[in-house]
Design a protein around this ligand. Structure first.
Ligand SMILES: [Zn+2]
Ligand SMILES: [Zn+2]
Length: 345
């Protein structure tokens, strides 16, 4: 089968590799129907130390179940499923508290990889996979896009709002105008925020957020951006959703909050010098981590997509064939597209 592999920094190609097979009793083999490139894949793509032939870090897909291990009771061959980026067990304390993105039992094995390929082996599949009614042919391309976001970016945006405890009437600021930031806007609206400000300098991304429920956009950054937000809100925000993963984004989030405000972090941190205690003087609550994709999908996100209540699929502003994977990465790297979808033959 064909799979995307990194060739060198800034280049991805396709290689013929062995098709995956069942190894554990709760494995499922999935024929990928749609996959995509994640902002987090760009860290591998840009890595100057990447070795030729390194497996792709893709981790978001929807597809058809081909084969199931003998312990799998929840799906059968032919079922259409969301393959979330996480593999919670559904039974441990973390999963039962709604934190399956950091399942207590699957530490170090909870995330997918290599999903930009024709087939994948999905481990710990019994609870983690999410069944979609019907078959891909029952859905429009726009609906398939929204279903694909349920593998990562929509639950991740939702997670930011959930851990920041966004509630009805809250004033919310979203830091990051990529796919996750866009989904965080949708999530803040779902949870009843009265004002939602997206920090963004790109007109197309500002427009998308305004269509999804943002009430204002702020293009300025740093102190200027903080002042602008405070002017619009008439004070600090109740919640800030950090969807980037840089220290500058964390500073921005902390800066827009009123004392006692709440920050939700879902940008994978590329910093490690933010000390516990640095938020003490402002009484800020800080929470965040990997999203609970399976939990949110099963509880309400899949229904919200199927009912047409939300349209997170609009973050896919370009589509590519698997053979054009290099362009799919490049377009995101150069910020020519918000998120690239991969359409399998
Ligand atoms: Zn991702
Ligand atoms: Zn678990």
């Amino acid at each position: 089968m064909r799979s995307a592999v990194y060739k060198k920094a800034g280049q991805v190609g396709i290689e013929e590799i062995k098709r995956p097979s069942i190894q554990e009793t709760d494995d499922v083999i999935i024929r990928v129907v749609r996959a995509c490139v994640c902002g987090s894949d760009l860290w591998s793509y840009r890595n100057p130390d990447i070795k030729a032939g390194h497996k792709n870090s893709g981790h978001e897909a929807i597809g058809i179940v081909e084969e199931v291990g003998e312990a799998v009771t929840t799906v059968k061959p032919g079922d259409f499923v969301i393959a979330p980026f996480t593999h919670g067990c559904g039974e441990c304390d973390a999963c039962r508290a709604g934190y399956d993105g950091t399942c207590d039992r699957h530490i170090g094995t909870n995330w997918s990889g290599g999903v930009q390929a024709e087939y994948i082996r999905f481990h710990f599949a019994n609870w983690a996979l999410v069944k979609i009614p019907g078959q891909p042919s029952d859905y429009s391309e726009g609906m398939l896009k929204s279903l694909l976001t349920l593998a990562d970016v929509m639950p991740t945006g939702y997670h930011a709002a959930r851990v920041a405890n966004v509630q009805k009437g809250d004033k919310v600021v979203v830091i990051g105008d990529g796919a996750v930031g866009q989904c965080a806007v949708i999530a803040a609206k779902m949870r009843g925020a009265s004002q939602i400000i997206l920090m963004s300098r790109h007109e197309d991304r500002q427009q998308m957020a305004l269509e999804s429920g943002a009430t204002a956009v702020v293009a300025e950054r740093g102190e200027e951006g903080i002042a602008k937000v405070r002017e619009i809100l008439g004070g600090g925000a109740d919640a800030a959703l950090e969807c980037v993963g840089t220290e500058a984004a964390v500073e921005q989030a902390l800066g827009v909050l009123h004392n006692g405000g709440r920050m939700g972090i879902v940008g994978v941190p590329h910093y490690n010098n933010r000390a516990l205690g640095s938020t003490f003087a402002q009484n800020i609550s800080v929470a965040g981590g990997a999203a609970s994709a399976t939990t949110y999908d099963k509880q309400f996100l899949l229904k919200a997509v199927l009912d047409g209540d939300i349209n997170p699929g609009r973050v896919f502003t370009s589509s590519y064939k698997l053979k054009d994977i290099d362009q799919a990465y490049k377009a995101m790297d150069e910020r020519k597209t918000i998120k690239s979808m991969i359409v399998m033959d």
